[in-house]
Design a protein around this ligand. Structure first.
Ligand SMILES: NC(=O)c1ccc[n+]([C@@H]2O[C@H](COP(=O)([O-])OP(=O)(O)OC[C@H]3O[C@@H](n4cnc5c(N)ncnc54)[C@H](OP(=O)(O)O)[C@@H]3O)[C@@H](O)[C@H]2O)c1
Ligand SMILES: *[C@@H]1O[C@H](CO)[C@@H](O)[C@H](O)[C@H]1NC(C)=O
Length: 334
């Protein structure tokens, strides 16, 4: 006869095995970048390359012998990441740590100055850095912009525009904008881009903390920016791709998702959550795959084109571009 304990143990074990199989089966659809071309001689610039998906993207490019600039807010973290990758890959491409704080226009400008003196061309720019901060914290950038608007959108908007000459010189070259399918939940109010209304409500506990409108709005701005830029850069040989890495286990949700959430959600997380490396595949695909050359303006997820459910409007796109330009010029919320 089978002892009762064995049956008690068999239940969780078989559940885990089942989850393992489901995860394996699901992960076949997560997509992989199959191109493995040598990237020697090409310069890649990644924002936020010290952590999560950006770090894994950097590793994949270094493995292909690219030169990779780690544009990080904390230079010590950039150097740390580089020395770890070097240990893993002694023969990989060159890695260069550089300081860039996207929450400060001054930092962006001095970063670009250094790039311009040191690098004649940039082959691929990967706008990967991003933050998620609970709205009730009311965090702002140096210039006083709401943190998601300022770092995720405006900082990259400004940086990219300042680097266009470098990118054009490298044509055929690319800009990869890391967005998220959460952009489909966005609601941009042009009269309140800094979300004053929403933040005041959040402080009083009147909005669901689970859905961060600042984050999803900034991810929609990323998509609009990429679409507008793709149009502006047509015929320059600079392609612009947007992508969603998928739901990944990284540092991104450190303020909003607690460890016990993961515990409660463990079965769901195990089935749906990618590793940072699995998440980086679509970015590496957009940054390196020759098969998509010329497909500028498109959105990718799981290494295939993705049809967004968001009802994009050309007018909204142009309006956002115009306002972003004004805000960068004004250097303060209007
Ligand atoms: N994880 C997901 O499930 C998921 C899903 C969809 C989209 N994404 C997108 O993927 C991208 C990467 O996120 P991740 O998940 O890899 O998160 P992460 O591990 O938190 O990495 C974010 C990176 O951005 C950097 N960063 C933050 N603020 C910055 C600033 N002001 N200036 C310069 N760099 C700054 C961080 O630097 P520090 O290390 O110094 O903080 C870090 O290197 C983001 O754009 C995110 O929106 C993630
Ligand atoms: C955007 O700016 C351009 C050039 O300044 C202007 O012609 C156009 O009317 C503006 N469009 C919108 C929707 O604000």
């Amino acid at each position: 006869m089978v002892p009762a304990q064995a049956i008690y143990a068999a239940v969780p074990i078989s559940v885990l095995i089942a989850i393992g199989f489901i995860r394996k089966w699901r992960s076949r659809k997560w997509g992989k970048c199959l191109t493995d071309t040598c990237l020697r001689g090409k310069t890649y610039l990644i924002t936020g390359a010290n952590s999560g998906i950006g770090l894994e993207t950097a590793k994949a490019l270094v493995r292909r012998k690219a030169r990779v600039i780690f544009a990080c807010r904390d230079i010590a973290k950039a150097k740390q990441a580089i020395s770890e990758i070097r240990k893993e890959q002694p023969t990989g491409g060159e890695m260069i740590p550089m300081q860039l704080d996207l929450s400060s226009f001054e930092s962006i400008e001095s970063f670009v100055d250094v790039i311009k003196t040191g690098f004649h061309k940039i082959d691929v720019l990967i706008n990967n850095a991003g933050v998620v901060v609970p709205l009730k914290c009311d965090e702002k950038t140096k210039e006083g912009f709401e943190i998601h608007l300022g770092v995720n959108h405006l900082g990259h908007f400004y940086l990219t525009n300042l680097l266009l000459d470098q990118l054009k010189r490298a044509a055929p070259s690319r800009i990869v904008v890391v967005s998220s399918t959460l952009h489909e939940m966005a609601k941009i109010d042009f009269n309140d881009l800094n979300l004053r209304g929403e933040i005041e409500k959040a402080k009083k506990g009147q909005v669901k903390a689970r859905h961060n409108l600042g984050y999803s709005n900034s991810k929609l701005m990323n998509v609009y920016f990429a679409r507008a830029l793709a149009d502006k850069l047509r015929d320059t040989g600079v392609d612009v791709y947007t992508c969603c890495p998928g739901f990944c286990y990284t540092n991104l949700f450190r303020f909003s998702v607690k460890w016990y959430h993961y515990l409660i959600m463990l079965p769901v997380a195990l089935m749906y959550m990618k590793s940072a490396k699995q998440g980086s595949e679509t970015i590496v695909y957009c940054a390196t795959d020759y098969g998509i050359e010329g497909q500028t303006g498109k959105f990718y997820r799981d290494c295939v084109e993705y049809d967004s459910k968001y009802p994009f409007k050309k007018e909204e796109e142009i309006k956002l571009w115009n306002i972003s330009e004004e805000l960068v010029k004004a250097r303060k919320p209007l």
